[in-house]
Design a binder for this molecule. Sequence first.
Ligand code: NAD
Length: 448
Amino acid sequence: ALHMNIAIIGTGYVGLVTGTCFADMGMNVTCVDNNTAKIDSLKEGVIPIYEPGLAPLVQKNYEAGRLSFSTSLQEGVAKAEAIFIAVNTPPDEDGSADLSHVLAVAREIGETITGYTLVVTKSTVPVGTAELVKAEVRKSLDARGLQHVDFDMAANPEFLKEGAAIKDFMSPDRVVVGVESDRASRIMKRIYRPFLIASDRLLVTDIPSAEMIKYAANAMLATRISFMNDIANLCDLVGANVEMVRKGIGSDARIGTKFLYPGCGYGGSCFPKDVKAIISTARQHGYDMRVLRAVEEVNEAQKHLLFHKLMAHFGGSAQGITVALWGLAFKPETDDMRQAPALVLIENLLSAGANVRVYDPVAMNECRRIVGDKVHYADNIYDAAKGADAIMLVTEWKEFRMPSWSAVLAGMHPAGPDMAPPPVFDGRNIYDRTELGAAGFSYYGLGK
Ligand code: NAD
């Protein structure tokens, strides 16, 4: 076939972005999901996730007829030359990646295909998963008496960032493709050529290496964050300023400037789960990932840090005080609250008897879904600060960067005569201590 027909199984963050971007480059794409509500709403033009630029791109390609949505894998796969598996791979109880959705899809693919197809794992999956998928597809084909049907496997991990997903997908730093046949390699090159015209950034590897690259990349990024959190905590103790330290080391070309920001812990659907999964893979092979175990431990502690600073400020009790939480999402430009530090802080504050007032530009509904009415949902940061005794900045949304501090303070509960001025706990180091001091606040940053 001259034209490229593609099926994407799993229409979440990764599946929807991948499918939409392929369609935007002229390919015919069917996005499949077994969540009927999700597919129905997509057909009505309602995008189930918040991702800048995604909605108009979906709409454009849907209206052009290049992008369609279906709950039926059979329908999506019927004409597809390549099938991308992009379903979720959540952590199992023991931290390993739960492959049940991936393998269920593999089984269904084997029950459906009738001729040569390329089966691509796009989900983040441990080394060896492509082998398991292959065996599953083969088993289903055998059961249908279709031993002669040929198919290939490819591993194509995804590196997009939530919040910049379209940009990352359209101009990737690199595309990693693990294959074991020339035919598979040719198809993958053809699919990705439109994205790599400006510079050839396709890295073709064997399948296990491609699977490993994704985990190693996320584990490295998580390591940088925990490392900097450790450095920031030490800076606090010795009187150094981590912001200067960060610039001082980031200017070293061997280190680089990115992912050197201390904070209140990494969250999201990827780093926590992928770090756990690689530790678990190693354990299954009798190897102990000592560095990554420490990375996890530092991160867990860091999520509680603002709460400990608050307790210390209020002399060991938060009973009856009111705290404004600015930001809920695990990072800006997303409504994703999976493993978000905000959830840990809300839990800490509520169990210490504090009242919590929250505001986030896009994650309010998500928070309502998870936390319910145990916290007060405010209209904006000033409303969140109303009657509050303390402010906690948890997510560094742009609109939080330069508040009118006088307006914030005017709404807050005044500190008692013998008390320090109301505290601001800056979980992302975005505020200036001097400015906040002058505005009448006690300022707590991280390592500065
Ligand atoms: P998600 O939970 O947003 O979406 C997964 C989708 O798969 C859901 O809509 C679900 O209904 C669907 N699904 C599950 N089982 C199915 C089945 N049997 N048939 C059809 N559909 C099924 O997940 P996500 O964030 O898109 O992540 C998908 C994978 O990509 C994960 O392995 C993740 O680790 C990886 N990944 C995610 C990101 C990210 O930023 N979110 C980035 C890179 C890689």
